[in-house]
Design a protein around this ligand. Structure first.
Ligand code: KIV
Ligand code: NA
Length: 274
């Protein structure tokens, strides 16, 4: 998969499948399943590192995990998130940060939240040869400014602003746009007006593609699951049951057995026993 094939997907009406991954084993699974784009999301913070939000994720964290994912991906296009405050200080800082995700991490594109002055950053990254995925709607890096995670673009003024921002990001050179937690009708309207594919998460079925957090869809996250998630497996429950059985087997001495053991030659064993 390349930036070009992602763009062509929209013209050909082929949905773009995207999923997150944060490490080597899950990257391998996602790639083997044939997903089109793998995102090393800064949801790394909540999902894998145990932080309360994405604002704690550093560029070093992102580079480290992108490298691990890179080793597991052969076919999918690899995208990595620019974390909190790594693209607001200056265009130069943003270029340097994105450069690390590409050069050290092995990402083929970066994603960044927002529009406005961020559109200028998108333009400069694109110009430097770093393909960019935009991200509008709910912007988790703005959780403290927003006061929580909720649907964005519900009133007409907000909806029109999001549409303008989407057009600005396309104009700036973004090759795809993630829409997070926006009303279905707004996502559909943005999707119709853009030439680049929209990739929805909580944005309804009319986007050009969909993305989910891999731990959400596999049933590995705990706590309340957002409405937009479909759980395709309950791996968390399976893992818990497996670990409980292991603990019980060790405690009642039914694991390990002789079949899990290594042996000395019988004569050596005999002499050692004497
Ligand atoms: O970090 C992330 O997982 C994301 C997706 C939800 C789009 O940005
Ligand atoms: Na993200």
């Amino acid at each position: 998969m390349t930036v070009r094939t992602v763009l062509e997907s929209k013209q050909q009406g082929r949905p773009v499948v995207m999923v997150t991954a944060y490490d080597y084993p899950f990257a391998r699974l996602a790639d083997a399943a044939g997903v089109d784009m793998i995102l090393v999301g800064d949801s790394l913070g909540n999902v894998v590192l145990g932080y309360p939000s994405t604002v704690f994720v550093t560029l070093d964290d992102m580079v480290h995990h992108t490298k691990a994912v890179r080793r597991g991906v052969q076919r999918a296009l690899l995208v990595a998130d620019l974390p909190f405050l790594t693209f607001h200080l200056s265009v130069d800082e943003a270029l340097k940060a994105a450069g690390r995700l590409v050069q050290e991490g092995g990402a083929e594109a970066v994603k960044l939240e927002g529009a406005g002055r961020v559109a200028e950053v998108v333009h400069r990254l694109t110009e430097a040869g770093i393909p960019v995925v935009g991200h509008l709607g709910l912007l988790p890096q703005r959780v403290h400014a927003l006061g929580g995670y909720r649907v964005q673009g519900r009133d007409e003024e907000e909806a029109r602003r999001l549409l303008d921002q989407a057009l600005a990001l396309e104009q700036a050179g973004a090759f795809a746009l993630v829409l997070e937690m926006v009303p279905r009708e707004l996502a559909a309207s943005i999707t119709r007006r853009l030439r680049i594919p929209t990739i929805g998460i909580g944005a309804g079925p009319d986007c050009d593609g969909q993305v989910l957090v891999i731990h959400d869809l596999l049933g590995l996250t705990h706590g309340r699951v957002p409405r937009f998630v479909r759980r395709y497996a309950e791996l968390g429950r399976l893992a818990l049951e497996a670990l409980q059985r292991y603990a019980a087997d060790v405690r009642n001495r039914t694991f390990p057995t002789d079949e899990h053991s290594y042996h000395l030659a019988p004569d050596v064993a005999q002499r050692l026993a004497d």
